[in-house]
Design a protein around this ligand. Structure first.
Ligand SMILES: NC(=O)c1ccc[n+]([C@@H]2O[C@H](COP(=O)([O-])OP(=O)(O)OC[C@H]3O[C@@H](n4cnc5c(N)ncnc54)[C@H](O)[C@@H]3O)[C@@H](O)[C@H]2O)c1
Length: 401
């Protein structure tokens, strides 16, 4: 019973579906993809072709069927979980309809585009006693889990605060359909913020208020990727968001997410404690590196500004100690959260990437623009309790019962 497979149907077979297909085929053997569906039939066919190729290569995998539309999947009595990989502004409609058809749902991030939608989805799931969860699941990887353990073990003392920066110039240079990044539910805080804010609440616990200053620097964006090269996107959302999050513990994190800045490096995430500083890996990945600086090591660190010269950056981290990863899943393990939810379904235990966490994160994400527009601090209404840390499980791809 504990190791039974859970039957899943995928709605949306776009850019991110590839890594889900790969990990469902090769890593998470208790997740069985029995059907796929996309508004663009060729994309669903491509997904099926990938799974067929795996099967032909000897991988023990089910080749999914194609549903003509999402309702066909929702009405398939064999399907237990709907995997919602549509665009952010479509999450609410797809998730709501799936829940109303009695299906459990795991959705890509964010849960929904605003609190009204998110709260309604949670209410439906609760009323119908269905599981609802979703990305990001990177916090379940070796990197953030190790950071959480180091903090919980007191390696940097009491937490003073954190600093997170996600700096890039948007996704229109590489994503084949980048328009959604600049429409309702898009922008860097809704797109990349979930990785940072989810990691923050995993490391620092419940948040209680948010202050934000946000803006959009470019009213239009030029697509330079194929196949829409040369097309213009009108920007409807804030694309440069900065602010602070106050945690119930008293810690204060500052965060900046932007699609407006030319930069290399993109991710910066540091947690400051009374007895040291932890450099946290890019929370959009599952692995390391993790660096720890303790007061006794600071003498070895030169006083260089990493912004000045790229060649000085390795020098800047002199004195920091590299921490070993203490958990499994350091490679791209997207679908780990789905596998954990499927395990919960077959065992009755809780799961980590759940709606309580997603809703708290959504409230934080949406509070930056709200605070900026209203010119005042936003007190959060949702409560949050950290989900269980990852447990040792002897077989990679099979989560603990
Ligand atoms: N692209 C990435 O690198 C990436 C990374 C992490 C997370 N995500 C998240 O994954 C989600 C999807 O992003 P993407 O980049 O794959 O987008 P995408 O536009 O490439 O794919 C979305 C797909 O969903 C399909 N779709 C929409 N509504 C549908 C419906 N009702 N029925 C069937 N198909 C439907 C679309 O036709 C499209 O093919 C987003 O929430 C995004 O935030 C994307």
């Amino acid at each position: 019973m504990n190791n039974r497979t859970v039957k899943v149907a995928m709605i949306g077979v776009g850019a991110i579906s590839g890594i889900y297909l790969e990990n469902i085929a090769k890593v998470f053997k208790e997740v069985e993809l029995i059907g796929v569906c996309d508004l663009i039939p060729e994309r669903a066919q491509k997904g099926v072709a990938y799974m067929q190729e795996q099967k032909d290569n000897g991988v023990n995998v089910t080749v999914p069927r194609i549903y003509d539309d999402m309702y066909e999947a929702f009405n398939d009595p064999e399907v237990e979980v709907i995997l919602n990989l549509t665009r952010p502004y479509e999450h609410y409609d797809v998730t709501k309809a799936a829940l109303l058809h009695g299906k459990h749902v795991y959705s890509e991030k964010p849960l929904a585009v605003d609190m009204e939608e998110g709260t309604e989805l949670v209410k439906i799931a609760q009323e119908k006693e269905l599981l609802l969860g979703g990305a990001p699941d990177t916090f379940m990887g070796a990197g953030i889990q190790t950071c959480r353990k180091l903090i919980d073990d007191g390696m940097i003392g009491d937490i003073v605060g954190a600093n997170c920066e996600m700096i890039c110039h948007g996704h229109e240079s590489w994503h084949p359909d980048p328009e959604f990044y600049y429409k309702r539910g898009g922008g860097p805080m809704m797109d990349m913020g979930p990785y940072y804010v989810t990691a923050l609440v995993q490391l620092l616990g419940e948040a209680k208020s948010v202050v934000g200053m946000t803006k959009k620097s470019f009213p239009q964006r030029l697509i330079t990727s194929q196949p829409h090269n040369g097309e213009i996107i009108d920007v409807d959302v804030d694309t440069h968001l900065t602010g602070s999050i106050e945690f119930t513990s008293g810690a204060i994190a500052q965060i900046c997410t932007t699609f407006d800045v030319h930069y290399t490096g993109q991710a910066r995430f540091e947690v400051y404690g009374t007895r040291g500083t932890l450099v946290v890996p890019d929370p959009n990945t599952f692995g390391g590196p993790i660096l720890l600086l303790r007061p006794e090591d600071t003498a070895a660190a030169p006083k260089t500004d990493p912004g000045l010269m790229a060649k000085d950056i390795p020098e800047f981290y002199k004195g920091y100690k590299s921490m070993p990863l203490l958990f499994d899943y350091c490679e791209n393990s997207r679908a780990l959260g789905l596998a954990d939810m499927c395990k919960a379904l077959s065992t009755g235990r809780g799961f980590r990437a759940n709606y309580q966490q997603q809703l708290h994160v959504l409230e934080i994400l949406t509070s930056f623009s709200k605070s900026s527009a209203e010119g005042k601090r936003v007190d959060l209404t949702t409560n949050y309790e950290r989900t269980a840390p990852m447990c040792y499980s002897p077989m990679h791809g099979i989560l603990e019962a």
